[in-house]
Structure formats: structure tokens, C-alpha cells
Design a protein around this ligand. Structure first.
Ligand SMILES: [Zn+2]
Length: 300
């Protein structure tokens, strides 16, 4: 079965295929520019998003890096919303919720990888459910809801956003971070794909996590994510761009999910670092964070 091929942002069925990767095509909406993946859906093989990763490497690489940005964003969030119940969707190891809890929030999470959710729950005393569909079990509305690097994996993002809208208090804040299709890594990866007539797929397949069953299904820009939020009755109030990689620890990132020989890895590290520094200077970072405020659903 082919995933429905229409734009989840504007509803248009007019799109063009811009890349053909492992098992998937990447399409771009001709009307609004949202990039989405067209693929055959597969039966759940029992694997999880984290099955592909060496968790030790993952933690070594990501924990400090993510925590650094989580603390910055929590500061921003606390200027926009009163402390109270907060929900993190796809909370994985609970790193963000732990910081929020320590700062005085009541922390709740949803994480579908059950052993990771259990670990987070035991380690930090968090209340975590495994499915967004069970959200009613929390039996409360939230002052803020966060989705850190999660929306791009969701097959029905607009449905998820509607659900989250209904679970936020009036004027509550939604924070969404996603990869930025206009970031320098993405632009160069698409460029190298085109210049090689579609033969050099490696960078795009890495960025889209094409070999992971929970790969990126959508690739947003500031404008398409804002449009998606607007459609779900959120007003964009703040936009940030930030790096998607921790350049100091890049060797761990490259060791996480690709098996390369020593020289290729060394070359890749130099290239990655160069692109990273240029993207910082040009403010073409590869991750977007948008803060949306819940607006009222229009009558009728
Ligand atoms: Zn569109």
C-alpha cells in the first residue's frame, strides 16, 4: 500500500519527486513547498526507532548537546507560559522532562519505545504513557506541550496537532523542533544528489534516516511548519534555528548509524565540520524550533 500522496499542509495533490532513496521517494508540494516521503507502508516488524542505534553511543553523543538546548528553550518557555503540567511527546530518555521537573513543572511524557520509557520513568520519576492515542488517561490539560525532533516522524502530523491542541489549556504553548529543509546540510545533500544524477544518495539517506523504519516522513521549513501550525489553530510566536549536530562529538554521531572505513569517516568529519561552521555563519542551521500559541478554533 502506498502512503497517501497529498500535501498535509495545503491539501494539494500536485507535487514533484525530487529524490529517490532507499525504499522511498521524496516529493515536494508544488503549492506550499512541504517535502514529504512517498513509500510503501510496511507491517510493523517489532523494531523500534532506537533498534538501529548503539544506545551507549547515542547517549554519549546526544545527552549534553540536547540538554544544553533544552535548558535554553525551557528558559524561553517559562517567559511565555506559567509553570504547571507539561507534556513531552516522544520524550525518549526523559532528558527534557527531568530539566522541566527540576524547574518546578509537573512532567508527563509519551514514549512508544517501552524499555526506554520505563528507564526514564524509573530514573527520573516521570509519568509516561506509550501511545498518543491514550492521552486521555492523563486526564488533564497542559500549560505547554513539546515535540523535540518528533513531528517529522509522524505519518499524520495534522491529526496529532489537532489532538494536542485539544489537550492544551487556552493560550497554551506548543514547541516543535524539526529538521530544516532549507538548512545548509540539506541544501548541499540535495545538490550533490542532483549533480550526481541521483547516484550519490548517502547524505540524503543519512539526513532522512532512510534505513530506519521510523525515518523522517516530512521535511519542513519555517514557512511550511508555520502553515501546518496555523492550520491546526496555533499562532507562530517565536522561531529559532539551531545546529542539528554537536560538532565537538561528531565522531560519535557518525559511529551511531553508519559503518564506514577509517578514511571515509575522517573525510566525512572534515566535511561535516566545514559545513557546520558555514551554516552557523550564514544562519542556515539544520534545525528549526517554532513556538506556537493555541488560538481558538473558529466556529463553523
Ligand atoms: Zn502543500
Amino acid at each position: 500500500m502506498i502512503m497517501d500522496s497529498y500535501c498535509r499542509c495545503c491539501g494539494s495533490k500536485k507535487y514533484k519527486i525530487v529524490a529517490m532513496l532507499h525504499n522511498v521517494d521524496i516529493a515536494v508540494c508544488k503549492v506550499c513547498g512541504l517535502a514529504f516521503v512517498i513509500r510503501e507502508t510496511k507491517a510493523n516488524s517489532g523494531s523500534t526507532y532506537f533498534s538501529d542505534f548503539n544506545l551507549e553511543n547515542y547517549t554519549t553523543y546526544y545527552k549534553d548537546f540536547r540538554e544544553y538546548y533544552f535548558k535554553k528553550h525551557l528558559d524561553t518557555l517559562e517567559r511565555l507560559a506559567a509553570k504547571g503540567p507539561i507534556l513531552d511527546i516522544g520524550c525518549s530518555f526523559g532528558w527534557f522532562l527531568k530539566i522541566a521537573k527540576d524547574s518546578g513543572w509537573e512532567a508527563f511524557g509519551i514514549e512508544q519505545t517501552e524499555d526506554i520509557a520505563r528507564k526514564a520513568s524509573q530514573e527520573y520519576g516521570l509519568d509516561i504513557l506509550s501511545n498518543l492515542g491514550d492521552i486521555d488517561k492523563f486526564n488533564k490539560k497542559f500549560n505547554a506541550i513539546t515535540l523535540w525532533n518528533v513531528l517529522e516522524h509522524m505519518a499524520e502530523p495534522e491529526e496529532a496537532l489537532k489532538t494536542l491542541h485539544s489537550k492544551l489549556k487556552d493560550y497554551g504553548i506548543l514547541v516543535v523542533s524539526v529538521p530544516n529543509i532549507n538548512g545548509l546540510f540539506y541544501r548541499l545533500s540535495f545538490l550533490s544528489y542532483r549533480l550526481s544524477f541521483g547516484k550519490f544518495k548517502f547524505p540524503l539517506e543519512q539526513l532522512y534516516q532512510a534505513y530506519n523504519p521510523y525515518m523522517h516522513l516530512f521535511n519542513y521549513s519555517v514557512s511550511t511548519l508555520s502553515l501546518m501550525l496555523k492550520k491546526s489553530d496555533f499562532q507562530t510566536i517565536k522561531v529559532f534555528k539551531q545546529p542539528v549536530i554537536d560538532v565537538k562529538k561528531i565522531k560519535y554521531r557518525l559511529g551511531i548509524d553508519c559503518k564506514l572505513n577509517f578514511f571515509s569517516k575522517y573525510l566525512l568529519i572534515i566535511l561535516t565540520k566545514s559545513v557546520y561552521f558555514i551554516s552557523r555563519i550564514l544562519y542556515m542551521d539544520d534545525e528549526i524550533v517554532i513556538y506556537g500559541r493555541k488560538t481558538q478554533v473558529k466556529a463553523g
